[in-house]
Write a protein that binds this ligand. Structure first.
Ligand SMILES: Nc1nc2c(ncn2[C@@H]2O[C@H](COP(=O)(O)OP(=O)(O)OP(=O)(O)O)[C@@H](O)[C@H]2O)c(=O)[nH]1
Length: 301
């Protein structure tokens, strides 16, 4: 087998610099939610880019997208640790913003990691060339292990693929860690079941959530672009089924709506969520459900 370049790249940068937009442009579809409000990205998922000669796993840096002035010492150490564990840090800055105090703090964390760093100055479509240059040069002077500076617009796709080529150059030769059609490292079936379970937990009382198992039975692309997800919710008794369904189906409708909205948020597209409540006595002793829950049946293709 031909050797490919592969490795892990941590995205570092203050909130709102365009990290999610960059990932979406690289992957060519909407995987992570983009918003003009800082820190709307919850549970950021690791994203995987694969082409014929490389596989790049973009990983999140825990804590680094939190407001840095509130970052405690522990969080800073955790962030440094995370950056140490990757092959390359991609330090993103906002050209229109100038080089800010927050960027300086991110630079410090990046430096402490001693990891090879590529600097990307984003949003050049809205910033003057001179301003962008000054941001790039300042960042380069602050980051000890900077190997190059790139001027990009993640939104317009300017310079993004040149930057990707540079990342590939800097990556070591290595294995393909994930199948080539996988774009996130967490199976959607897992995420979806978790979300449904969470809603049940919030909306029902003690005994019900603990007697509930969620199994994703089917995930399918509909021709109209909607993602169809069918899930079974197992409970142990008829009375629990009654509670979960609610009066005239009001409870299951509520669970379904909230879960659907969150899954749509996650996948960035319309979802049809088909929930079925089933009674299975002592399901906890029936390991087929448990196996399916953790082993996960199938994921989106
Ligand atoms: N003009 C312009 N806007 C951009 C560009 N890249 C991102 N944006 C906008 O900047 C805002 C923030 O982008 P995100 O990709 O969500 O930023 P983020 O760094 O992931 O933000 P957090 O999730 O808060 O960490 C959005 O409104 C984007 O549309 C760009 O190249 N040019």
């Amino acid at each position: 087998m031909m050797n490919i370049k592969s490795g892990f790249v941590a995205l570092a940068g203050k909130p709102n610099v365009g990290k999610s937009t960059f990932i979406n442009t690289v992957l060519g579809r909407k995987v992570v939610i983009v918003s003009d409000k800082p820190q709307t990205t919850r549970n950021r998922i690791n994203c995987i880019y694969t082409d014929k000669d490389a596989q790049i796993v973009f990983v999140d840096t825990p804590g680094i997208h939190k407001p840095l002035h509130r970052l405690g010492e522990y969080m800073v150490r955790a962030a440094v640790q995370a950056l140490k564990g990757v092959d390359i840090v991609l330090f993103m800055l906002d050209a229109a913003d100038g080089f800010t105090k927050t960027d300086e703090q991110v630079a410090k964390i990046v430096n402490e990691s001693r990891t090879k760093t590529i600097i990307a100055v984003n949003k050049i479509d809205v910033a003057g060339e001179e301003k962008a240059k000054s941001v790039g040069e300042l960042a380069k002077s602050m980051v000890e292990n900077a190997v190059s500076v790139h001027y990009i617009s993640a939104l317009k796709g300017i310079g993004v693929f040149e930057l990707l080529d540079r990342i590939k150059e800097e990556l070591p030769e290595g294995p393909q860690y994930y199948p080539e059609d996988m774009i996130t490292d967490r199976p959607l079936s897992f995420m979806a079941a978790e979300i449904i379970r969470e809603k049940i937990f919030h909306l029902t009382r003690q005994e019900v959530p603990h007697s509930t198992a969620v199994v994703i039975e089917e995930i399918k692309d509909r021709p109209n672009g909607v993602l169809y997800i069918r899930a079974n919710i197992y409970v142990e008794r008829d009375s629990q089924k009654g509670i979960l369904i609610g009066k005239n189906g009001s409870m299951i409708k509520k669970i379904g709506t909230l879960a659907r909205e969150e899954i749509e948020f996650l996948v960035g597209r319309k979802v049809f969520l088909d929930l079925n409540v089933k009674v299975k006595e002592k399901w906890r002793e029936k390991d087929f459900i448990i196996l399916q829950e953790i082993g996960l049946k199938h994921d989106i293709e």
